[in-house]
Design a protein around this ligand. Structure first.
Ligand code: FAD
Ligand SMILES: C=Cc1c2[nH]c(c1C)Cc1[nH]c(c(CCC(=O)O)c1C)Cc1[nH]c(c(C)c1CCC(=O)O)Cc1[nH]c(c(C)c1C=C)C2
Length: 525
């Protein structure tokens, strides 16, 4: 039985951890600590009075796979089914995605025709690379950059254009630095298990986590959903979770409450019952200093195995320093960005905080634009720009196409989002602390003019600078995770890690990481 669990960070990862913890009676108290004035982290939507909705962070969630089903199950449990806006696979936004190469838009190849014909900007039919791929022998490295992996298996042209763009459109990152093992595990695992990406795709992935279907997941499968959003924007998901936490009465929620420090000892406290001199005494062994301290016990001892002298005790293990005091917890689920957790660890657990600090992040400028009328020359999800074409301009999402329900009511409009910077932010725009909103807005509107031929100015715009918003899983990320988790185990730290810094950046992955952390503590809920 865990007495008090503190969840640090009220982004979607921390909220998910609370949601799952609160279903268990193994925990008597759950405290959620969020530094900002609102919950939800990067899930952030502007809702205008005329009905228009603009997303500053994620805008679409995939229903596929175990993690996709897990999110939809949560949506159903929160009673949000009637709020869902699905986009099916046969919708134009699912079928059409573009690349902006050589100053022109090119539809990404899809369907059989797209694979057997030569489709610009590629110089030969995809089928050639695909057939050759099956014959290429397995790589021997434990990890490899995404670019090197795809060049080796499918050729440099696909790596330079398609994969470079894909990594910008998901991680806002540089495929020459990102790890294939951590960023694209299905491709890495297919090569390891089947010797080929193509065979791996044809034979399918192995069994994933067991997530039972719900009415909503069955509906998503029957109706062939490719992605979904919510009528009031994706921010509605953390809002519904916050409401559930507040009304459920089992979670103490605190916003505007940044965690300043954790006094979880550098290498943890191991509590051993070495000898008892009468009631109320025991020894605590501190790995950090090697000192055995005799303490007076104000808690109840409950020996679990007398022969090994190990006790289960009621004892607060961790102190959390806040701006105006401290709170104590038996266990911590940290759903903070890795660097924020490293800072909170202060001087404690040095090797762990060092590894946490090494998980890099990138900054993205998100510029939402609204135009009068229907201005797009093409229709689809949006277009991506490879780094060889324009390093600072990552891509443009045609938001009105998948989600016209988010347009204002009345006269037709077109909503677009331009994403800038990522791994190239500093190089192109300079210090994020000094860049002006006007510069970013100008750069975004110029791109809409040159890429899409839209010459009229936007009727409305908003610029959001998302500092350090997407973690970058660079080469060796898997090893870093293994080392960190080993350290936590070896030192019995009462700490679990959740959130986008570790096992996937999608909303689904992060929600699943919160669930995994909660269930690691209290068992399956
Ligand atoms: C521009 C953009 C577009 C995206 N698009 C998509 C998409 O289309 N589909 C998709 O699936 N995913 C998308 N993602 C990814 C997804 O949104 C994120 O990976 C996910 O929201 C991260 O959630 P999190 O809870 O791990 O982190 P965060 O949202 O960063 O939450 C961490 C929380 O911790 C708080 N915090 C930080 N320090 C402290 C402290 N010291 N004390 C207390 N609290 C603290 C922060 O305020 C924050 O609320 C996108 C991300 C971005 C940035
Ligand atoms: C141009 C920059 C970005 C765009 N979206 C993101 C960035 C950085 C962030 C992002 N997009 C997706 C995810 C989640 C990944 C997942 O596993 O679900 C994140 C963090 C979804 C996504 N977007 C694109 C792809 C290929 C994916 C993966 C899932 C899917 O296939 O739907 C492509 C894409 N992203 C952007 C554009 C303009 C674009 C393609 C035209 C914007």
């Amino acid at each position: 039985m865990q007495k008090t669990v503190a969840v640090l960070g009220g982004g979607i990862g921390g909220l998910s951890a609370c949601f799952h913890l609160s279903k268990s009676h193994q925990v008597s108290k759950i405290v959620l600590l969020e530094g900002d004035g609102r919950f939800g982290g990067w899930l952030s939507s502007t809702r205008r009075e005329d009905g228009a909705v603009f997303e500053h962070g994620p805008r679409g969630i995939r229903p596929a796979g175990a993690v996709g089903r897990n999110t939809l199950n949560m949506v159903e449990e929160l009673g949000l089914e009637s709020e869902v806006l699905p986009v099916t696979y046969d919708h134009v936004a699912s079928k059409n995605r573009y690349l902006y190469v050589g100053g022109q838009l090119h539809k990404m190849p899809s369907g059989l025709g797209g694979v057997v014909r030569t489709v610009p900007p590629f110089s030969r039919p995809l089928v050639q690379s695909v057939l050759k791929e099956i014959l290429i022998s397995r790589g021997k490295e434990e990890d490899e950059s995404v670019h090197s992996f795809v060049s080796r298996r499918l050729g440099t042209e696909l790596a330079d254009i398609a994969i470079d763009s894909l990594c910008r459109g998901v991680f806002a990152g540089d495929c020459r630095k990102l790890s294939v093992r951590s960023c694209l595990p299905p491709l890495y695992n297919a090569e390891k298990a089947r010797g080929s990406i193509i065979l791996g795709m044809l034979l399918g992935p192995g069994p994933g986590p067991d997530v039972p279907p719900s009415t909503l997941t069955k509906r998503a499968a029957q109706e062939n959903w490719a992605q979904w959003s919510l009528k009031r924007g994706l921010q509605n998901l953390p809002e519904a979770l916050e409401e559930r936490m507040r009304n459920g009465g089992r979670v103490e929620v605190h916003k505007d409450t940044p965690v300043m420090g954790l006094s979880t000892n550098g290498t943890g406290w191991e509590v051993r019952l070495l000898e008892i001199w009468g009631l109320g005494h025991m020894y605590v062994y501190c790995h950090c200093t090697g000192v055995v301290v005799c303490v007076f016990l104000s808690c109840s001892l409950n020996p679990v195995n007398e022969s090994t002298d190990v006790c289960a005790i009621d004892f607060f293990l961790t102190q959390i320093q806040l701006e105006d005091g401290t709170i104590k917890a038996d266990h911590i689920i940290a759903a903070l960005p890795a660097k924020a957790l490293a800072s909170a660890l202060l001087t404690a657990a040095q090797p762990l905080s060092q590894q946490l600090r090494e998980i890099a992040t990138v900054t993205v400028a998100v510029v939402n634009l609204e135009y009068e009328g229907s201005v797009l020359p093409v229709t689809g999800f949006g277009h991506l720009v490879p780094s060889s074409e324009d390093r600072g301009l990552l891509g443009v999402v045609y938001d009105s196409v998948p989600f016209p329900q988010h347009n204002r009511t009345g006269e037709p409009t077109t909503r677009l989002t331009v994403m800038l910077g990522g791994a190239w932010f500093q190089e192109v725009f300079g210090n994020p602390e000094e860049v002006t909103e006007q510069l970013l807005l100008d750069r975004a509107t110029q791109a809409v003019t040159s890429h899409l031929g839209v010459t009229t100015p936007p009727i409305w715009s908003i610029v959001a600078l998302l500092k350090d918003c997407i973690p970058q899983y660079y080469l060796g990320h898997w090893k870093r995770l293994e080392n960190m988790r080993q350290y936590i185990r070896d030192h019995n730290l009462p700490l679990s890690l959740a959130g986008s810094s570790y096992d996937g950046v999608s909303v689904n992955d992060v929600i699943f990481s919160g669930r995994t952390a909660a269930e690691g503590l209290v068992g399956k809920v």
